[in-house]
Design a protein around this ligand. Structure first.
Ligand code: SF4
Length: 436
């Protein structure tokens, strides 16, 4: 099969994985090496729906021995199959990198023969990149659930970020839609990676070593809407993952209905607004000290699609407001709709020098049309009412026009580079034959 055809099939097959952000690694270039990772994030280009496009995002192979109902790559699906060799992936990455098309590699795979066999091929690929091509750019590798931890460890020595995708938020969901997988096979490598990162960091600190093991941390992805799991279950799971496995990110991927099956929900389009609400809640848990059980509970287990989670929480907790801007503590300030982390920090530092007036808040970056309902400034209230229905209408009307256009598709490497891709001369050595 032509390399270009393989690339077309295997880059299209990878687009359902959204966990491809590439920040958090500061790998340096080496003498005679190629590229570097950047701590502040190397993704400079974003597709219209906000997804990163500067990684070469491909599957190693889209053949899979498993039969997850929701997945286009499941073994029972009649779809064109392809598989790269390690040399092909390494050479493609280097070629694209040299042309400045990409700044790193995001490599995942279907399960070929067995998890260990697949993991060995992925390791061979990243070793080639690091050792033969001296590639120092960013590599995000998917760990294959069920692979031996010895292999997970070896892979972690070469890559910047690893992720083990949980995909379905509950054991019942796994049983129903991914019967070949189990919770244990997913959680075990996550626990292993977490411990190995901590051990290497500790040894580096104590013995002043410079060992590297998954320096950009681990992440995972949850599919939203393929199973009946509520948002509350999903954010409780995320909260536990951040707490127990120190994940850098949990990504939420709206279920894309590409397959018809009686066990799958009959929806016309991916639940993107629900995905957006989960990202907002995730942000609140990571940076605003919210807990999952403050945002939702068993009686109200799904997010309001008309209003963001922080506004909903504030309206439910009106007994805590209004807050006096010149007195409220930082943890409460960041809970006010319209006040972000940065504005709250400036408020706290400024009021040590002088008291803050209502007009000053705009200069500080506070969104007054939202915040005014929940604050007082020098004792004066600038809102109109504490009535819940009124507040809800006000906050909803302020949201109108502020929401970004959401695009359900994902840009493809072919649409991005167009005809230019065909003109590339891929320099792939012939020494390796495919393993199929
Ligand atoms: S293991 Fe991954 S690639 Fe294979 S069918 Fe399941 S979701 Fe698809």
């Amino acid at each position: 099969m032509e390399l270009e055809t393989k690339l077309e099939i295997l880059s299209a097959a990878a687009k359902f994985d959204v966990s491809c952000s590439s920040s958090g690694s500061n790998r340096k270039n080496t003498p005679n090496g190629l590229g570097n990772g950047h701590k502040a994030g190397i993704c400079h280009s974003w597709s219209e729906d906000g997804r990163c496009i500067s990684l070469l995002k491909i599957l190693f192979a889209n053949q899979c021995i498993y039969n997850c109902t929701y997945c286009v790559n499941r073994c029972s699906n009649d779809t064109p199959r392809a598989a790269f060799t390690p040399h092909e992936v390494a050479n493609l990455t280097i070629n694209f990198y040299r042309r400045n098309y990409i700044e790193g590699l995001f490599l995942s795979s279907g399960v070929i023969k067995s998890p260990d066999y697949t993991m060995e091929l992925l390791i061979k690929t990243v070793k080639l990149l690091r050792e033969e091509h001296s590639f120092n750019g960013y590599i995000h590798l998917k760990a294959i659930p069920g692979a031996d931890t010895r292999l997970i460890h070896e892979a972690g020595l070469y890559v910047d970020r690893m992720s083990v995708n949980i995909e379905l938020p509950s054991s019942q969901g796994l049983k129903l839609l991914a019967p070949d997988k189990n919770k244990e096979a997913i959680i075990k490598p996550m626990g292993f990676i977490n411990k190995a990162i901590a051990t290497v960091n500790e040894e580096n600190r104590i013995y002043r070593k410079k060992q590297s093991f998954v320096p950009a941390g681990q992440s995972t992805q949850l599919i939203v809407g393929a199973t009946p799991d509520h948002d509350y279950n999903i954010i409780k799971l995320s909260e536990n993952l951040y707490k127990h496995f120190r994940l850098k990110r949990v990504y939420y991927s709206a279920y894309v209905p590409v397959v018809e099956h009686p066990s799958l929900p009959a929806i016309g389009s991916p639940p993107l607004l629900r995905e957006h609400r989960l990202y907002q809640a995730d942000w609140l848990m990571r940076f605003y000290s919210f807990h999952a059980n403050e945002l939702l509970d068993d009686r109200s287990p799904n997010f309001d699609l008309e209003l963001d989670p922080k506004s909903c929480w504030s309206i439910r907790n009106m007994h805590l407001f209004p807050l006096e801007i010149n007195k409220a503590d930082y943890q409460m300030l960041i809970r006010v709709p319209g006040i972000g982390v940065k504005s709250a920090q400036i408020i706290v530092s400024t009021r040590k020098l002088c008291s803050i007036g209502f007009d000053d808040l705009k200069k500080i970056g506070v969104v007054l049309k939202r915040a005014r309902h929940f604050i007082t400034c020098k004792g004066k209230f600038y809102g109109s009412s504490f009535n819940e229905t009124y507040l809800r209408d006000q906050l909803m009307s302020e949201n109108v026009g502020g929401s970004k256009k959401v695009c359900s598709g994902q840009i493809s490497i072919f649409s991005y580079f167009g005809a230019g891709l065909n003109q590339l001369q891929f320099n792939i050595p012939k020494k390796e034959t495919t393993y199929e």
